[in-house]
Design a protein around this ligand. Structure first.
Ligand SMILES: Cc1cc2nc3c(=O)[nH]c(=O)nc-3n(C[C@H](O)[C@H](O)[C@H](O)COP(=O)(O)OP(=O)(O)OC[C@H]3O[C@@H](n4cnc5c(N)ncnc54)[C@H](O)[C@@H]3O)c2cc1C
Length: 512
């Protein structure tokens, strides 16, 4: 925005509601609410400097030529985006801008570093280990400092020509306009927007001892309030700059003993950077096929098990409590994500990580293309992490930090009368106890859909076979390039309907 305002008489801050996203992604009502609140907060902050936010509805390639003419645009500035669809979209927008004699300025600000520079520094390939990533980043020096937000002073020679009639056309949308059912909203735990992001950051950064001692593996997946920052949705939506977070941490660390990457908070931001870089450098990063870093596994297609997992009905209370928290609240702890991701894939159900990725894409407030794909590959031991023989137990893992199952009781209250001895394995409780607890296993709550001790052993053997096949393949003939690799991946094109139209249709057909 600062680049847009420089030497300009008028500035139009815009956000485009692009129908491609709801058409090609699953988006829960909770995440729509977060976005709406983020836009509202942005508009409020812009009003404070005598400007406004214009929420434009439509396909970017269709709305820009109209706006270029209507607003007599001479310069377009936006943040560099690294996801496959966004790159195609932005290249097309750049072409249209050139056609209309509009200068384009793109700035890197979603990541700590310019990802293309990181890849260039690593001989044109994304670093595939964290240590390698650290070495490459060390050679680039510390990340840039964030720039100041625009002020009234910056707006002195510039104005935003807002008219009252614009409210209807460019106002912040409501859930109803987007075809969302407010009944589907969960508790309002993480309001969207920059103001809330900065407030949340401040609260955490005041806890200097906690920040300096932060070690991710020591945080708890099943605490009743989050044991990590929950800043991820804010970073995903651009409400919080990762550079602001990084440099606040640097200030706190200064002169103090503190934890280090990969387990420290700086280390968490580097994980983000790591998966963003892989997302740019690895073709077909969100798929198994045509993805050169991903082990090819013969996952099974069991829709019933997939549904049971996604709806929190596997019969394993720890897994089901996590999936219930995800579905209602939109955020779960990183190690809780580990537990359910391992369970769905190589641990128990032997279902593709791509299916899990889709469910997370729908339900997470922080759903992020690169981070979701990268972490799912990690957890399913498909890429980056290869110790497939280390499987999380859906019973023992949660007990380590919550012996009495308070977390389970919170999210599955119908199990709350089970004593600690049975809360993780209620099917083992005697029938009389189940009756007293008011919950008969197999009737009021399912029996386990698989026997963990049996399937996890079988699955380790299946992973072993997949790895052996990969080793065999890589020692033989060079692999044929995958069709979608050559084409740069298949992309569906949007049809040009407005977001609202598309949502109305979606509601009728109940398809996303
Ligand atoms: C299967 C699976 C899917 C995931 N999908 C997503 C996703 O779609 N979006 C998302 O933001 N995170 C995802 N993660 C990573 C991680 O779980 C979350 O970033 C983290 O739990 C967010 O909580 P927090 O903000 O309290 O994290 P904190 O521990 O407070 O960390 C601070 C920030 O560092 C970044 N970060 C932390 N851990 C990771 C990680 N493993 N990978 C990348 N960045 C990280 C996040 O931006 C986070 O907000 C996924 C993890 C798994 C195992």
């Amino acid at each position: 925005m600062l680049a847009a305002m420089r030497d300009c008489a008028e500035v139009y801050p815009i956000f485009i509601l692009d129908p491609w996203f709801p058409r090609n992604m699953r988006i829960s009502a909770n995440r729509w609410r977060f976005l709406i609140e983020a836009l509202k907060d942005l508009d409020d902050n812009l009003r404070k400097i005598n400007s406004r936010l214009f929420v434009v509805r439509g396909k970017p390639t269709e709305v820009f030529p109209v706006l270029f003419k209507q607003w007599k645009v001479t310069r377009l500035t936006f943040e560099l985006d690294t996801e496959p669809y966004s790159k195609l979209r932005d290249a097309e927008v750049e072409r249209l801008a050139a056609e209309h004699n509009v200068q384009v300025i793109q700035k890197v600000s979603n990541t700590l570093y310019d990802i293309d520079r990181v890849i260039a520094e690593n001989n044109g390939k994304p670093p595939l280990t964290y240590v390698r990533m650290q070495t490459v980043l060390a050679s680039l020096g510390p990340p840039k400092h964030p720039v100041q937000a625009p002020t009234l002073e910056n707006m002195r020679d510039c104005q935003t020509p807002w008219k009252p009639t614009y409210e209807e056309r460019y106002g912040v949308p409501t859930l109803e306009e987007l075809g969302q059912d407010p009944e589907k909203l969960g508790p309002h735990l993480y309001p969207g927007g920059e103001s809330e992001a900065l407030r949340r950051l401040d609260i955490h950064m005041k806890r200097t001892g906690w920040v300096c001692n932060f070690k991710k593996p020591d945080t708890e997946p099943n605490s009743l309030t989050p044991s990590t920052t929950v800043l991820s949705p804010y970073m995903k939506f651009g409400c919080l700059s990762t550079r602001t977070f990084w440099w606040r941490l640097t200030e706190i660390y200064h002169g103090k003993k503190h934890s280090d990457p990969p387990v420290s908070l700086h280390g968490q931001l580097l994980w983000r950077e790591f998966f963003y870089t892989a997302g740019v450098g690895v073709p077909n990063f969100n798929k198994m096929e045509g993805n050169p870093v991903c082990v090819q596994v013969d996952w099974s297609d069991n829709q019933e098990h997939l549904k049971a997992w996604s709806e929190g009905r596997t019969g394993y209370p720890f897994i089901d409590a996590i999936m219930t928290q995800l579905r209602t609240e939109g955020w779960i702890h990183h190690l809780a994500r580990h537990a359910v991701a391992c369970f769905l894939t190589r641990g128990d159900l032997w279902i593709s990580w791509e299916e899990g990725q889709k469910v997370f894409e729908d339900l997470l407030l922080d759903a992020d293309w690169s981070l979701n794909a990268g972490n799912w590959q990690w957890l399913s031991a498909s890429a980056f992490f290869h110790q497939f023989f280390r499987v999380y137990s859906p019973v023992a893992f949660g007990k380590k930090t919550d012996k009495n199952g308070e977390y389970i009781k919170k999210y599955l209250p119908f199990l709350k009368k089970f004593p600690a001895e049975y809360i993780y394995e209620p099917w083992k409780a005697p029938r009389s106890l189940q009756e007293r607890a008011g919950c008969i296993i197999g009737k009021d709550y399912p029996k386990p859909i698989v026997v963990h001790e049996v399937v996890s052993k079988q699955n380790i053997q299946r992973m072993k076979a997949a790895y052996a096949k990969r080793a065999g393949a890589s020692s033989g003939e060079p692999k044929k390039q995958h069709e979608s690799d050559k084409k740069g991946g298949k992309r569906k094109s949007a049809t040009g309907q407005s977001v609202a139209e598309m949502f109305i249709k979606k509601n009728k057909t109940k398809k996303i």
